[in-house]
Design a protein around this ligand. Structure first.
Ligand code: ZN
Length: 325
C-alpha cells in the first residue's frame, strides 16, 4: 500500500501535547490554522491524526503555579469551549469514541493530566476529573508533588507516596491510564510493580540512543511492555539526540527501531509533545501536520503495514480500550 493511503486508513493517536496551554485565553485558537506553535485542528486533520491526548499541565509551585486545580480546570474549559464551537472535535472517553472519530473524519480529544498537582492529595478531585473526561494521568511533571518525585528530583530519587499508591489504585478502578512520563526511576518501578492494568509512557525515547534522564532504559522499556503497555516516542529535539546535528527524523525512527528491537512492535506508539517545547522542531516533524512522514519512514525501513498501523495508534487504542473501555 502506498504510504499516504496507509496513513489515511490508519487510526493515528498522539499521546501528548501541551496545545491547551497555548490556546488558553486570548491566544491563538485551537480551531484555526496558525503559523504559531505546533498544533491546531486543521493541522492535526492534515496530519491524519484521529485522537490527540490534550494535557492539563498546572505549573508546580516552583514554577510560579499557585492554584493548580483552577489552572487545570481552565485548560479543560478551553478544550470544552473548542468542542462546543466545532462539530469536528469530540471528547473520547472510550475506545469507541476514537473509532467513531475515524469513521466520521473527526478529531477525538482524550484528556490527560501531566502531574497530580491539581488533585491536592484528594482522591475525590481525581474522581471529579474522571467525570469531566480525564483518561490519562501522569503522576508528576519533573518535580516532587503529593503523589511522587519527578525525574528532576535526583537527590532524593523517591518513589510513590502513600497518596501516589492510592491514585494508581483509583485510576485502575475508574479506568484512567497511568502514565510514567516524567517520573523518577523509583516511581516508575513502583507503578510498574503495582498497576493491574497496562501502563504507558506518553512521551519518552530510548535512553540507549539518547542519554537524557527523561528517556527510558531498556529495563524500563521491558517493564512497560510487561504490563501490556506502550512507550510513545517523543519528538522533543533534546530527547532525540544529544548533538543538534543528529536531531533528525531518521533518528526518531532509530528510537522506534530500538524500542521495537527490545520490546516488539506491540509496545510502541507516538507522543509528540507538540506545543510543549521551545527548541526548533525536527525537520519533517514541525507540527501535527507531519505525522505522515513517520508512516513513510517506517515503510521505507521495511515495517509491515500491520506494524505501522500498530505504531501509529493501534497499540495505544488497545491499551485505551483495556483501561477505559
Ligand atoms: Zn512533558
Amino acid at each position: 500500500m502506498d504510504p499516504q493511503e496507509l496513513h489515511a486508513a490508519s487510526i493515528v493517536i498522539d499521546t501528548h501535547c501541551d496545545t491547551l496551554l497555548s490556546v488558553l485565553g486570548d491566544k491563538r485558537s485551537l480551531l484555526e490554522r496558525s503559523d504559531e506553535g505546533h498544533n491546531d485542528l486543521p493541522r492535526l486533520k492534515e496530519g491524519g491524526v484521529t485522537a490527540q491526548v490534550f494535557a492539563l499541565f498546572a505549573r508546580p509551585a516552583a514554577l510560579g503555579g499557585a492554584v493548580p486545580t483552577w489552572e487545570s480546570l481552565r485548560l479543560l474549559d478551553a478544550f470544552y469551549q473548542a468542542m462546543a464551537a466545532s462539530p469536528e472535535l469530540i471528547l473520547a472517553t472510550k475506545a469507541g469514541d476514537v473509532r467513531r472519530a475515524k469513521a466520521e473524519g473527526l478529531l477525538a480529544g482524550i484528556i490527560g493530566m501531566e502531574g497530580a498537582e491539581a488533585l491536592r492529595g484528594d482522591l475525590g478531585i481525581l474522581r471529579l476529573f474522571y467525570r469531566l473526561g480525564l483518561r490519562n494521568l501522569g503522576l508528576t511533571w519533573s518535580l516532587r508533588n503529593e503523589a511522587a518525585d519527578g525525574v528532576f528530583e535526583e537527590r532524593t530519587g523517591g518513589g510513590l507516596t502513600e497518596f501516589g499508591v492510592q491514585v494508581v489504585r483509583e485510576c485502575n478502578r475508574l479506568g484512567i491510564m497511568i502514565d510514567v512520563a516524567h517520573l523518577a526511576p523509583a516511581g516508575v518501578r513502583d507503578v510498574l510493580a503495582m498497576s493491574e492494568l497496562p501502563v504507558i509512557d506518553s512521551h519518552a525515547n530510548a535512553r540507549a540512543l539518547c542519554d537524557h534522564r527523561r528517556n527510558l532504559t531498556d529495563q524500563q522499556l521491558e517493564g512497560v511492555a510487561k504490563t501490556g503497555g506502550v512507550v510513545c516516542v517523543v519528538f522533543v529535539p533534546s530527547f532525540v539526540a544529544g548533538q543538534p546535528e543528529e536531531r533528525t527524523l531518521g533518528k526518531v525512527l532509530d528510537h522506534i527501531d530500538h524500542i521495537v528491537s527490545v520490546i516488539g512492535a506491540d509496545h510502541v506508539g507516538l507522543g509528540s509533545d507538540f506545543d510543549g517545547f521551545d527548541d526548533t522542531p525536527i525537520a519533517g516533524l514541525e507540527s501535527g501536520a507531519h505525522f505522515p512522514h513517520i508512516t513513510a519512514g517506517l515503510l521505507a525501513r521495511g515495517y509491515s503495514e500491520e506494524n505501522v498501523r500498530k505504531i501509529l495508534g493501534g497499540n495505544v487504542l488497545r491499551v485505551f480500550e483495556q483501561v477505559a473501555g
